[in-house]
Design a protein around this ligand. Structure first.
Ligand SMILES: [Zn+2]
Length: 84
């Protein structure tokens, strides 16, 4: 015999939302930390490679930062490029 579904009380629903928000906050904080770690590592790698640096996000695809090299910027995702 399966138990009948009961509509959760208002307080239970509120608690569910609070739990979800807490979980989402945790995930956003983890993602932000990860982005900072990747940015820091990327900048360090770019500095170690000669004549390479990283610029702003690609306006065309928004999936990568632009790589600056030999006086031109290129997106490694969509291959957009322009000289500086
Ligand atoms: Zn792009």
């Amino acid at each position: 015999m399966s138990p009948e579904y009961k509509q959760p009380a208002e307080e239970e629903r509120r608690q569910l939302v609070v739990d979800q928000l807490r979980e989402l906050t945790k995930r956003v904080e983890t993602a932000e930390r990860r982005v900072t770690q990747v940015e820091n590592a990327l900048c360090a790698v770019a500095q170690e490679a000669s004549d390479v640096s990283v610029s702003h996000a690609c306006n065309r695809c928004e999936k990568s930062l632009l790589i600056v090299r030999n006086g031109s910027m290129r997106c490694p995702r969509c291959n957009y490029s322009r000289s500086m």
